[in-house]
Design a protein around this ligand. Structure first.
Ligand code: ZN
Length: 62
């Protein structure tokens, strides 16, 4: 299962934490994803949505 939003395709962001002493630690930040039942083309489907898409009401909940 891909960890990305089904609507906008938002994915995790990857980077590095670099301390003052230049110790490098890998870091990843995942989007706030939720599994919801949505009505797509008249059919119920369970999709992974980010909270931004959920909040904006882009999908019809089923
Ligand atoms: Zn989204």
């Amino acid at each position: 299962m891909a960890r990305e939003c089904a609507l906008c395709g938002k994915k995790g962001q990857y980077g590095a934490i670099v301390s003052h002493a230049h110790n490098v630690t890998k870091r990843k930040r995942q989007p706030n994803l939720h599994r919801v039942w949505a009505k797509i083309k008249g059919r119920k489907k369970r999709i992974l949505l980010c909270t931004k898409c959920l909040r904006s009401g882009k999908i019809e909940k089923a």
